[in-house]
Design a protein around this ligand. Structure first.
Ligand code: FAD
Ligand code: FES
Ligand code: MG
Length: 300
């Protein structure tokens, strides 16, 4: 069991967790992730190590509640536990002195990009950060990114904060203005990463995407996270999750990620019904127990 020492919402259904996991905190590097199981009958989900404090023995995860498991996790509070945290997994980000690095985080992709952006700065790069979100409330880690970045832009879909538009609008502007860009990291929704790759392709800029296929074991055993990169099939959990964005087949990735959508939607609907019923009657700890009992046997 892994104890949660801090849990707080950063935005709507976006929650930060600091969890005691000293062995992982000691060994993790930017770009790596863990596989979490909330309870014994639950499914395994990958979450990026957004930060770690080796001295305190804690890791930080930032979770966007999109389905049953992430919403169940987001109901956990400080003092609660999760059953398993396995990691660190995946290859660390390739940190080097590139020159000017543009780091793009869309939605919760910002949490995934954050440790790599900071490491790029520590390696001596000029770091330009572009954050995109649905609305002001969904912008996360802006202050943390500002602390080390040389430039930071925010875009929102509804224009409630920063510039109204897409992260790619800012990137296009930078590129068309003739700015020197030596490296781009894109993390976020698949269409966003695909659009970034198409923008940088004509300029021949090294562009990396952190991809998000469905993962099960996270150790190269199940084949669930297969991604087509150029002519090769790669397993994102052991060969990635970062790949050359100009070579990733994003269309195939998007198709594979919808494979279980019907099951996922049914599982979420059932979860919301159970949660509403449990929440109406009991205080917090009992609610979590009731919810976990009710959900045992349903792993989607
Ligand atoms: P579901 O309703 O079951 O699924 C919603 C969608 O999430 C699916 O359509 C599918 O596209 C994706 N998904 C479902 N199951 C999995 C799975 N086992 N593995 C991967 N994707 C899945 N999310 C965060 O909020 N924060 C992070 O730091 C983060 N880091 C990630 C790092 C990696 C390497 C990968 C591959 C994914 C990461 N994700 C992260 C995405 C997160 O794993 C999914 O949102 C989560 O698994 C969804 O589970 P669910 O049951 O809540 O939703
Ligand atoms: Fe099973 Fe990558 S998650 S091979
Ligand atoms: Mg699920």
């Amino acid at each position: 069991m892994f104890r949660i020492v801090e849990a707080r919402f950063l935005g709507p259904e976006i929650k930060l967790f600091r969890i005691e996991a000293p062995a992982i905190a000691r060994r993790q590097k930017p770009g790596q992730f863990v596989i979490v199981r909330v309870h014994e009958a639950g499914e395994r989900i990958p979450l990026t190590l957004a930060d770690a404090d080796p001295a305190a023995g804690t890791i930080t995860l930032i979770v966007q509640g999109v389905g049953k498991t992430t919403r169940l996790l987001n109901r956990k509070e400080s003092g609660d536990h999760v059953l398993d945290v396995v990691g660190p997994l995946g290859k660390p980000s390739e940190i080097a002195l590139y020159g000017t690095a543009v780091v793009i985080g869309g939605g919760v992709g910002t949490a995934i990009a954050y440790p790599t952006a900071r490491a790029l700065k520590q390696a001596g790069n000029r770091v330009c950060v572009i954050l995109g979100a649905r609305s002001r409330a969904h912008v996360i880690l802006e202050q943390e990114m500002r602390e080390f970045s040389d430039e930071l832009y925010v875009t929102t879909d509804d224009g409630s904060y920063g510039e109204k538009g897409l992260v790619t609008d800012v990137l296009r502007r930078l590129l068309e203005s003739g700015r020197q860009v030596d490296y781009v990291l894109a993390v976020g929704p698949i269409p966003m990463m695909a659009a970034v790759a198409e923008l940088t392709r004509p300029y021949g800029i090294k562009t990396v995407a952190s991809v998000n296929p469905i993962m099960v074991d996270g150790t190269g055993m199940c084949g669930g996270c297969r991604v087509q990169v150029g002519r090769e099939s790669k397993f994102a959990c052991v060969d990635g999750p970062e790949f050359d964005a100009h070579l990733v087949n994003f269309r195939l990735l998007a198709t594979r990620n919808t494979m279980y959508r019907d099951f996922e939607q049914r599982a979420l609907a059932e979860f919301e019904r159970t949660a509403a019923a449990a929440g109406a009657e009991e205080p917090h700890e009992c609610r979590m127990l009731a919810l976990e009992q009710a959900l045992k046997g349903g792993g989607e």
